[in-house]
Design a protein around this ligand. Structure first.
Ligand code: ADP
Ligand code: MG
Length: 413
């Protein structure tokens, strides 16, 4: 029997075919989402974002926990996202941003419905402040921080960036030593931050703080002047304590740096330990938004278009045929064909050994760097044309979106 090739069932997204999706673009970017400049529409536009998003079990649980906290009905105020680069940390922060920013205007799409159902109550609306540390220059700070009335400022210190977003000039005054509309050099103590975090409640809103890439900045800043190591650790200590005190406030933070070098060396390691222990002090377990079993589904949504993958029946006979061929060559498969069929069905169109072997979906993940099975798509041809052998397609070299087109072109008709 000649089986249909995998690309008859699924279609690669245009940006992959054309090579437009660069490595930089593959990583999610919360800062771009807040700026809403139309540069990264798949993340900025909630309809496109949720069409792409796979509501993993952990992600649904996190959304529920955050919703309950923002509604003032739980004491789980502090969450830390774990996993290294490519683990879906920023994607998770963006999901929270869209879900709680204006829940009444969310698109009515399956992923949003799944989140709503899992939460089981109306999603509370929150005022969201973001601290994307990879965008704060250690010397110049960050431009265009938007205050409440649309005023924008360039600010140097993370606490100023937070205060200005939450309450504009009043926010800066609330944490300044002399009550002035200016920045201060040291982290404000917990009572000042508590007052600041209560400000959105006066406007009927919960407060949600989303933090990304802390170690990128912390390592750099502490490297320039040692006093900053203590200041930053103190800032997070006071901030997490303050969030716990305000009933409808929550903080979700991703501390780890995209650049692993920032976590290495004596200083990097010490900072990592200190910051992790600050978050652990609130007795919240870390959250791993993407687990092993989620990777195949995330990559399917990221790489392919169309409904083909939702209809398992459409490619079931293809899978059965491939496993039958494989069973002739491989004793283990022959012994338990139905289990093998299940595995192949679940990971289609990827080879089951590939995406399942990692919990990260980014370029540093095992999945993308596994030398033998980098882009192990299903065989283009099986059966007679390939001499009856089963040969999972895999690139010899690690293969990433910008290279995918090249890899795939070798295999596409
Ligand atoms: N739940 C998910 N559903 C769909 N795509 C996801 C999901 N989690 C992560 N991704 C995608 O995987 C890639 C890596 O995730 P990202 O959030 O950038 O990782 P991290 O911030 O941990 O380095 C991004 O392209 C992102 O959009
Ligand atoms: Mg990230």
């Amino acid at each position: 029997m000649t089986l249909k090739p995998w690309h008859h069932f699924v279609h690669l997204k245009d940006e992959l075919r054309t090579g437009e999706l660069t490595l930089a673009e593959f990583a999610a970017d919360l800062h771009e989402v807040t700026l809403a400049r139309g540069k990264r529409p798949v993340y900025e536009d909630p309809a496109q974002f949720f069409a792409l998003t796979y509501p993993t079990h952990t992600l649904r649980e996190l959304v529920k926990d955050v919703a309950v906290r923002l509604a003032g009905r739980s004491d789980k105020a502090v969450r830390q996202l774990e996993l290294t680069y490519g683990g879906g940390k920023t994607h998770t922060l963006i999901a929270l941003y869209h879900l709680f920013r204006d829940p009444t205007r969310l698109p009515d799409v399956p992923a949003v419905r799944e989140f709503r159902e899992h939460v089981g109550m109306a999603l509370p609306q929150a005022f969201i402040a973001t601290l994307c540390f990879d965008k704060i220059d250690v010397e110049r700070g960050i431009e265009n921080v938007r205050g409440l009335d649309g005023e924008t400022r360039t600010l140097r210190h993370p606490w100023s960036v937070l205060a200005f977003q939450l309450a504009g000039a009043d926010g800066l005054r609330a944490i300044h030593g002399d009550g002035r509309d200016e920045e201060r050099e040291t982290p404000p103590a917990e009572p000042l931050l508590t007052k600041l975090l209560e400000m959105p409640a006066q406007r009927g809103l919960a407060t949600l703080i989303l933090v990304d890439e802390v170690l990128m900045y912390a390592r750099e800043k502490a490297g320039i002047a040692p006093v900053w190591r203590e200041r930053l650790v103190d800032f997070f200590q006071y901030l997490t304590q303050a969030v716990v005190k305000v009933d409808s406030a929550a903080i979700v933070a991703s501390l780890l740096a995209t650049d692993p070098a920032k976590q290495q060396g004596d200083l990097g390691r010490r900072l990592t330990d200190e910051l992790f222990s600050v978050f652990r002090r609130q007795r919240e377990e870390g959250v791993q938004p993407v687990r092993k079993q989620d990777v195949a589904e995330i990559l399917r949504r990221r790489f392919f278009t169309g409904e083909g993958l939702r209809d398992e029946d459409a490619y079931r006979s293809h899978v059965i045929g491939v496993v039958r061929g494989l069973a002739k060559l491989d004793e283990t498969t022959a012994k338990d064909r139905s289990a093998a069929e299940g595995r192949f069905l679940e990971s289609f169109p990827f080879h089951p050994t590939w995406p399942m072997s990692s919990t990260a979906v980014g370029p540093n993940s095992t999945a993308f760097n596994a030398p033998a099975a980098s882009f192990a798509l299903w065989p283009r041809r099986c059966g007679k044309r390939s001499g009856g052998t089963f040969a999972p397609l895999s690139a010899r070299r690690p293969c990433w979106p910008s290279q995918t087109r090249r890899c795939l072109r070798l295999r596409m008709p």
